[in-house]
Each structure stands twice: as C-alpha cells, then as structure tokens.
Design a protein around this ligand. Structure first.
Ligand code: ADP
Ligand code: MG
Length: 232
C-alpha cells in the first residue's frame, strides 16, 4: 500500500503508513515496530493480536497520537497527525477518537456520570448538554442505575462499561481499545464483548481492539497479527 492510495481513500478513518518505532540505543536497541501499514475503514472492527511485548500497546498509542513514531505517518479522519500542532492534535483526538484501556483509567474522585461528561466538557459542550448525553450513554451501556457511583463503588465489568461510555459519548470516528476485557472474569468479558458489538452496529464507530482473547478477535471483521515489528 502506498501513501497515495491511503490519503485518497475516502472511507478510511485511521491510516498508518510505514510507521517505525524503536526503544533504547546501541546493543540495547529494540525495533518494536519496523514498517507498519494499515488502514481502518469507517465502521470496521479490527483486532490486533500478538505475543506479549510484540508492540501492540506501542502501536495503539501511536495510532491514537499518544506517542510519536520515529518515522512514518498516521492519519486520523484525513488529517496527518505529525503535521499538526499539539493543540490541534489534542482537539482532533477529543473529537474523533475514543480510548479504552485494560485498567479503566477512570478518575477516582468523580462519579460515573462525571467521568463520562469529561470529554464533552473538554470539547466545550455545556454542563447540561454533557450531562444529558452522558446519562443517555450510561443508560445504553446498562448503567442508568449507577450514574452517581464512584469507580470504587462499581464492579470491574461496570467500570469497563463506564470507560466504554466515556469513549463513545463524543460519537468518535474510531475507538482504540487496549485489552478491554483482559482484566475481567469470563462473564463480564462476554457482556462487554456483546456491548461493543451492539454499539459498533448502532453508532457505526470503528473499533481497533488489541486483545489476546481469540474469541473476541474472532468477532471482529479482521484480525491483524503483530510479529517481529510487522503486521501480518
Ligand atoms: P505489548 O503491548 O504487545 O505487550 P508493548 O508495546 O507494551 O507490547 O511493548 C513492546 C516492547 O517495547 C517491549 O519489549 C517493551 O519492553 C518495550 N517498551 C515499551 N515501552 C517502552 C519504553 N517506554 N521504553 C523502553 N522500552 C519500552
Ligand atoms: Mg500491551
């Protein structure tokens, strides 16, 4: 795949062209990503699998603009991240992307509702509007009865539902998930998987999911395997 075909592809919400990343120097240098090329289409669900330490989280962080590659380009909704100012990149990330991590990363001092409101408030929406949208999203993920609970008062599965609600409340083009069910029991993991598929279909958001759960990977449209710094 060349740059031309990816930047002109109208359906792609996220592309990555010739991305490389290393850590360390000299004898200790690790080339985590060598030449990564991928393109995620609108509404598409893609799993990324690979051994522990193969660079899955590094890749996801680069795709989300949380980390920068040594070389290569990442495009989000048609905009090249490396050509943007830090502010513009932050704005694009807030508008177009959502993030879900293995450990929910919710703010402990805030309620479920307040946590879900956060990206909307950061994006400049009013408090009333943010609360209305967040309440609806929490109802959609089955937590309408837990709006005012704090993370410590929720189960692991419930926290992950709050994290998913927070990732989706801005109606992003693409949600990036790093081991979203990795920390959950089978029952909670199944229910989170089900929820992800429902939301993908009803909202049309693309999902890029890093997982070692092959059952979850099998439910995606495509599975990419990261090995020796390349996707196969
Ligand atoms: P995965 O998510 O597939 O388990 P990671 O992307 O977390 O893999 O890490 C890939 C490799 O890069 C590992 O060998 C890891 O030790 C190394 N690595 C990750 N982050 C850093 C860092 N900040 N500094 C040095 N090495 C790192
Ligand atoms: Mg990881």
């Amino acid at each position: 795949m060349n740059n031309q075909s990816m930047t002109t592809s109208t359906n792609a919400v996220l592309t990555c062209a010739n991305v490389s990343k290393h850590y360390g120097d000299g004898a200790l240098q690790v080339n985590v990503l060598r030449t990564i090329n991928m393109s995620i289409n609108s509404g598409e669900r893609v799993a990324i699998v690979g051994a522990s330490g193969s660079g899955k989280s590094t890749l996801l962080n680069i795709l989300g603009g949380l980390d920068v590659p040594d070389s290569g380009e990442v495009t989000v909704a048609g905009e090249v991240l490396s050509r943007m100012s830090a502010d513009a990149r932050g704005f694009l990330r807030n508008r177009k992307l959502g993030f879900v991590y293995q450990f929910h990363h919710l703010l402990p001092e805030f309620t479920a509702l307040e946590n879900v409101c956060m990206p909307l408030l950061i994006g400049g929406e009013s408090k009333a509007q943010s609360q209305e949208k967040s309440t609806q999203m929490l109802q959609r993920v089955g937590l309408g009865h837990r709006l005012h609970h704090k993370p410590s008062e929720l189960s692991g599965g419930e926290r992950q539902r709050v994290a998913i609600a927070r990732a989706l409340v801005t109606s992003p083009a693409c949600v990036l998930m790093d081991e979203p069910t990795g920390n959950l029991d089978t029952h909670s993991a199944d229910s989170i998987q089900q929820l992800m598929l429902e939301l993908n279909q009803s909202i049309g958001t693309s999902f890029v999911v890093v997982t070692h759960d092959l059952r979850l990977a099998a439910k995606m449209d495509r599975t990419l395997t990261l090995a020796d710094g390349v996707l196969v």
